[in-house]
Ligand binder design. Structure first.
Ligand SMILES: Nc1ncnc2c1ncn2[C@@H]1O[C@H](COP(=O)(O)OP(=O)(O)OP(=O)(O)O)[C@@H](O)[C@H]1O
Ligand SMILES: [Mg+2]
Length: 375
């Protein structure tokens, strides 16, 4: 997808870290062994603009969901900052609560108290993978959609709130509205249920929606419809999305930019088409090679998966480049005696710009090597 008319930056995430401490047993405590952590997110930075769909892709366990949850403060933050540009209504409420804005009119959502953060729950919404589990089975559609309005005191009377509900249902194409408002979740199809979940996310006119694998549990035939709905909402109400998936092939059709995560870090980030057509990190290359190829003439590519072994545990992250134990490029460079290959085991490669707007964290790019490095 091209991105000609993106707006201003609405989120500037820097060096996000979410480390979950592992509970220590009695022996570890007595012997004073150092505490161990699951480093689920380990230094993630990116910016998102208005009307942008930003995609986080990567294998299971690489920290995608945890990154999304951190933005809603659903997990404890170990470090980093998240500057966010609130909507006008929320900004006014934040001011009343004594929150200070920086010179760009943004607030660091990790620095707020819980009470100060509460109004921001309007602006940042999450849509989950499982439309069965995320809707209360005892609530009718109208109750599901009315609840957030009541919590955030939007609409003074019931009939005013019903107007908001009708508008949200129209927006997600659950029409005629009268046919759907009184149904319970079990009286809807999976695709319709996900539409209700999306209606609940957009009813408060948010700035950012984090959609975590929103179509992976749906029938293939309705996936495209839901993804198309995201595109329409983006255009009509200027929403921004973080789209979380491990499916690179759909990412390309929905997203402006793609960030590829590996073991809690972004290893590549760039315009969606460019990342897929011209990957700049060996891990992305392997993921792209694994995309199922519908054209049998090109199927040979599928066998060409250049990756070894399993993802290591986020408790014991390999030193140097965390991908090096699985990297065939590193192995080949070492065999050829390339001087830069020794860097791969020494220090984490920085994410550097290797093409316009396209970043990669790999020492095969000279820009990632230390200044003056000649081997
Ligand atoms: N509350 C928690 N306590 C301890 N470890 C956790 C917690 N939540 C997540 N983790 C660990 O953090 C790592 C990242 O998990 P996360 O759910 O963010 O991955 P993901 O990229 O969303 O994976 P998937 O594609 O399977 O959904 C995993 O190793 C996971 O086991
Ligand atoms: Mg996940």
């Amino acid at each position: 997808m091209s991105s000609p008319e993106l707006g201003e930056v609405i989120l500037d995430l820097k060096d996000l870290r979410v480390w979950f401490p592992i509970r220590r047993g009695l022996i570890e405590t007595i012997t004073g062994r150092p505490r161990l952590y699951v480093r689920a997110v380990d230094g993630v930075s990116f910016e998102i603009r208005r009307r942008e769909t930003f995609c986080l892709v990567g294998e299971s366990g690489c920290g995608k969901t945890t990154t999304g949850k951190a933005l809603l403060r659903l997990v404890p933050i170990t470090g980093g900052s998240a500057r966010f540009r609130p909507s006008k209504e929320v900004a006014e409420e934040l001011e009343r609560r004594g929150v200070e804005f920086d010179e760009d009119g943004m607030v660091d959502i990790f620095k707020l108290t819980d009470k100060q953060f509460h109004p921001l729950r309007r602006d940042i919404q999450m849509v989950y993978q499982d439309p069965y589990g995320s809707l209360n089975p005892r609530f009718r559609v109208r109750d599901i959609l009315e609840e957030p309005l009541i919590v955030h005191k939007i609409g003074e009377t019931r009939s005013e709130r019903l107007e908001y509900i009708a508008r949200a249902l129209e927006m997600v194409k659950l029409t005629p509205v009268s046919e759907f408002v009184d149904r319970y979740p079990h009286q809807l199809s999976g695709g319709q249920r996900q539409r209700v979940a999306i209606a609940r996310a957009i009813i408060m006119n948010p700035v950012l929606v984090v959609a975590d694998e929103p179509v992976s549990m749906l029938d293939v035939s309705i996936r495209a419809e839901i993804l198309e709905l995201f595109n329409i909402l983006k255009e009509r109400i200027g929403l921004s999305f973080i789209y979380i998936t491990h499916d690179l092939s759909t990412a390309r059709y929905v997203c402006n930019r793609i960030a590829v995560m590996y073991l809690g870090r972004i290893v590549e980030l760039g315009p969606a088409d460019d990342v897929i057509q011209d990957p700049q990190h060996p891990y992305t290359e392997a993921l792209v090679a694994a995309i199922p190829e519908p054209d049998p003439r090109n199927r040979a590519r599928m066998r060409d998966i250049k990756i070894k072994g399993e993802v290591p545990s986020p408790v014991n992250i390999p030193p140097g480049c965390r991908f090096h134990p699985r990297c065939v490029l590193y192995e080949a460079a070492l065999k050829r005696g390339e001087p830069w290959a020794k860097l791969c085991t020494q220090a984490e490669p920085p994410l550097v710009e290797v093409k316009k707007g396209h970043y990669a964290a790999c020492y095969k790019h000279e820009a990632a090597r230390p200044k003056g490095f000649t081997g």
